[in-house]
Design a protein around this ligand. Structure first.
Ligand code: 4AD
Ligand code: MG
Length: 476
């Protein structure tokens, strides 16, 4: 029976005949193969009887080669492993020419690996990150399913701009060099595939709201697209977003949900991905050793994850946060690059990070933002100037969640739409939710890659998605 490395490493069935297939990580002293098949971060040691193995075969056991092995499982006397395979037969399934294979058993820079995104998954770091990404994705579906939510598939091609930020990728079958124009000079989309202007979705929220108003609790988890030209370690043009939407939830319920959800998925990986997390934890500890003491992180990756699970998130209104930022000294020498003097300004990431990392030293939920810096659909407060918005801010990441209680009053919503010059006709279907059986409801969006960044400690968002899409970059 063919088995896998993870099973063998925890097996105590010694002297059992086994068959295994995988890829060579290293081959030492013409004798010891470190074999991996993706089932775990750990390799299994396979001991080759080199005196009785053909020289022509030994030469082909190179890093990256695919091989099939038959042998027996033995208790290992060597350090660092409890079991090993005594090889009785070895077959080379696919050679890997060491002169050409880019992934050598040494440290490669992340820049180099990004240029080889199709092969970087063969490194320990990327296999650990992508197994964690898969586990987190499962934990997301598990959490919502166990809590009575329905998974709702939002459309990818949409006719609306949910965020009103104009950062959309246009989808058209028209000849872009020869766009037909109307009398008023605007593009005439009547001959386009859909007969109207369409875009890749920036958020499934508006559609999710229509479903929440019948199914009660729904969530979407799918790709979203933003043509924002920001070259940062936290932005992608194509990212995955998790968006729950719940009928009858107010903003406090929404905060409770976001906090409980995040804690639950982090707990899941702490419990179920111990080996990969231990590997990433050590990787970061090594990296920290190279830094001056003052710049080293106070907590290890595992401690940070545990901290999030065990501590309450701090809930602070935008107005309180502005007071803190006005009165603080961010740093002995430096000031903020952008000094906030006026109530109403949007927070920059340096302010968010100050609040989380320096002031409160824990995840923070900021709420009740000024209406004029937030999207049209958020519930206006009685003060007439703030909305029931919330952002969850995380150490090392900044904003990980953006959400709100939605404006459920048809007249107020229509006024806001008009004030922003949005064409009401485009949103007729959305407004119907407020016309027929409207109710208080709330939801949020969590950027999945930012969650994976937090859980793996990876510094750059391009290293937590298989094939990152960023400005000037869609090679693969
Ligand atoms: O704050 P945002 O723009 O909120 C929305 O889209 C709402 N419609 C969500 C809702 O209420 N259902 O985006 C939500 C989250 C952000 O907090 C961030 O984590 C992530 O999506 N995000 C990005 N992640 C990677 N790259 C980008 N360009 C991102 N833009 C937003
Ligand atoms: Mg946001």
């Amino acid at each position: 029976m063919r088995t896998n490395v993870a099973e063998l490493l925890s097996s105590k069935n010694f002297l059992q005949e086994i068959q295994i297939k995988g890829w060579v990580k290293t081959f030492r002293a013409n004798r010891f193969i470190a074999l991996n098949d993706g089932s775990t971060i750990n390799n299994i040691q396979c001991v080759v009887d080199f005196e009785n193995t053909d020289e022509s075969i030994l030469k082909r056991i190179t890093t990256g080669a695919a091989i099939a092995i038959k042998g027996t499982l033995n208790e290992s006397l060597g350090k660092g492993q409890s079991v090993e395979i005594q090889v009785s037969d070895i077959e080379i399934l696919g050679d890997s020419n060491p002169e050409e294979y880019p992934i050598q058993p040494k440290k490669h820079s992340f820049e180099f690996l990004r240029e080889n995104a199709h092969l970087r998954i063969r490194t320990n770091t990327f296999s650990a990150v992508m197994r964690l990404r898969s586990a987190l994705s499962f934990a997301v579906h598990k959490y919502f399913t166990e809590n009575g939510f329905y998974n709702f598939h939002a459309p990818i091609i949409t006719g609306s701009d949910a965020e009103g930020a104009g950062e959309m990728f246009n989808v058209t079958t028209l000849d872009k060099n020869n766009l037909p124009k109307n009398e008023d000079g605007k593009v005439d989309y009547s001959k386009d595939f859909f007969g109207k202007e369409t875009n890749l979705t920036v958020s499934g929220q508006l559609e999710a709201e229509t479903y929440a108003m019948a199914l009660g609790k729904v969530y979407t988890f799918g790709p979203t697209f933003r043509a924002e030209n920001s070259n940062t370690t936290r932005h992608l043009a194509e990212f995955w977003m998790i968006e729950p939407e719940v009928a009858f939830n107010n903003l406090d319920d929404n905060m409770d949900l976001a906090e409980d959800f995040i804690k639950s998925v982090i707990s899941y990986v702490l419990e179920n991905c111990k080996d990969d997390l231990a590997f990433l934890n050590n990787r970061l500890l090594d990296e920290e050793k190279g830094k001056p003491a003052a710049q080293r992180s106070e907590m290890s990756l595992l401690e940070k994850l545990q901290f999030v699970v065990e501590n309450n998130f701090k809930r602070v209104s935008y107005t309180e946060a502005i007071d803190i930022l006005r009165n603080c000294k961010p740093n002995k020498k430096k000031k903020f690059q952008y000094i906030i003097n006026e109530w109403g300004a949007d927070l920059q990431s340096e302010h968010e990070r100050f609040l989380v990392e320096k002031h409160f030293k824990c995840p923070v939920i900021l709420f009740d933002y000024p209406a004029n810096i937030k999207a049209f659909y958020m519930r206006l407060n009685d003060d007439g100037k703030t909305v029931r918005a919330m952002d969850v801010l995380f150490p090392g990441i900044g904003e990980i969640v953006g959400g709100s209680q939605r404006e459920e009053r048809l007249d107020v919503l229509k006024q806001k739409i008009a004030a922003l010059n949005i064409d009401e006709k485009e949103l007729w279907w959305y407004l119907d939710t407020r016309k027929f059986g409207t109710a208080v409801h709330s939801g949020f969006g969590l950027g999945f890659e930012r969650l994976v960044q937090f859980a793996t400690g990876m510094g750059n968002i391009r290293d937590v998605i298989p094939y990152p899409r960023t400005p000037q970059n869609a090679e693969f």
